[in-house]
Design a protein around this ligand. Structure first.
Ligand code: SF4
Length: 332
């Protein structure tokens, strides 16, 4: 009974889809349709039989690419498709691939193409919502351990992290900081001050993509060159390995938070214009959330706007480095 899971959205969503994949794999082989970047996160995952890359913005763009992928899927004769990403294109693709049973959320744009529509419950974790596609029971409370995602860095990722850390940090307690986010208002502005505080407790290492290099430079400067800048130097799965080796991650509401959940790394998550109740809070066994709960304007946007619509950005500015440092110390 082979199943197909379709997940071609953000990388954090792919991480949070791994509990669904693991659940389905107990009943039979599971293949995953993923973007190129999303596919890298599934390397070594024992629950995945095959990863089919859908490069929808590149080589598989347009009608030609759609037809090509539909025909590849059709050849694999899936019994069921689980639409973890709910676009019209994904729904249409599973229909064009001749997959008899197509399960997705009743609220998704592509719902017309589904044979089973699951009502999503607001306020539950996104990983639990995704899992409900398989359990068909959106009301059931999934235990935290069941919705904790899992990633599987291998030898390659371990070697990549060894190289970035270098021999001098061997044996040191690592404290990872992830200061970046695509959305400007979700970037807590005091990571440099925090790094200065935490550098007495361990080896600070900055994780993130190439776009986070400037933020990393500030942090390295605040620690007088002691912090290690890993931004833009590691593929995603290697970043998960680095976070997995760390005693703590302090992060914004962004993809590294989900990498920490997958590696069960103690996490301090700083939420500004968004809130964990949107379904993207930390799932590590030990985790704390910093947020300015007194503000009536919060949350103001599902993703976080690029600028504060009120101009004061109090949701982030009023979370002081002292508050976050105290949370970090408690978890270390
Ligand atoms: S409106 Fe409020 S929640 Fe939104 S960015 Fe501004 S301070 Fe933050």
């Amino acid at each position: 009974m082979p199943s197909l899971v379709v997940q071609t959205s953000f990388l954090g969503d792919m991480v949070l889809t791994t509990p669904l994949i693991a659940h389905l794999a107990r009943a039979g082989p599971v293949d995953v349709l993923a973007t190129k970047a999303g596919a890298t996160l599934l390397a070594n995952n024992p629950a995945v039989r095959e990863i089919i890359v859908y490069d929808k913005r590149g080589a598989d763009r347009g009608v030609g690419g759609f037809r090509r992928i539909a025909s590849r899927l059709r050849a694999r004769t899936y019994d069921s498709a689980y639409l973890a990403q709910g676009s019209v294109r994904s729904g249409a693709l599973t229909l064009a691939a001749g997959i008899r049973e197509r399960v997705g959320f009743a609220s998704s744009a592509g719902r017309l193409f589904y044979t089973t529509r699951i009502p999503p419950i607001e306020g539950t974790h996104h990983a639990a919502k995704l899992l409900s596609l398989a359990t068909r029971d959106p009301l059931a409370e999934a235990p935290r351990a069941q919705i904790r995602p899992h990633l599987y860095p291998g030898m390659i990722e371990r070697a990549q992290v060894d190289e970035v850390l270098g021999p001098s940090s061997a044996g040191a307690q690592l404290v990872a900081l992830a200061p970046g986010s695509v959305w400007a208002t979700k970037r807590w502005p005091y990571f440099a001050e925090l790094a200065h505080e935490l550098s007495a407790l361990g080896q600070v290492v900055v994780v993130g993509g190439a776009a986070d290099r400037e933020l990393a430079r500030e942090i390295v400067g605040a620690t007088k060159g002691q912090a290690i800048d890993a931004t833009g130097r590691l593929p995603l799965l290697a970043s998960a390995e680095l976070i997995g080796r760390s005693a703590l991650l302090v992060t914004n509401d962004s993809a590294p938070l989900h990498l920490a959940s997958a590696m069960n790394t103690p996490t301090v998550a700083v939420f500004g214009p968004t809130v964990p109740e949107f379904g993207f809070g930390p799932l590590a066994e030990r985790a704390a959330v910093a947020g300015n709960d007194a503000l009536t304007c919060r949350p103001c946007d599902r993703h976080g706007p690029q600028r504060c619509p009120l101009g004061h950005w109090r949701c982030m500015r009023e979370i002081t480095p002292d508050v976050v440092a105290r949370m970090a110390r408690e978890l270390l």
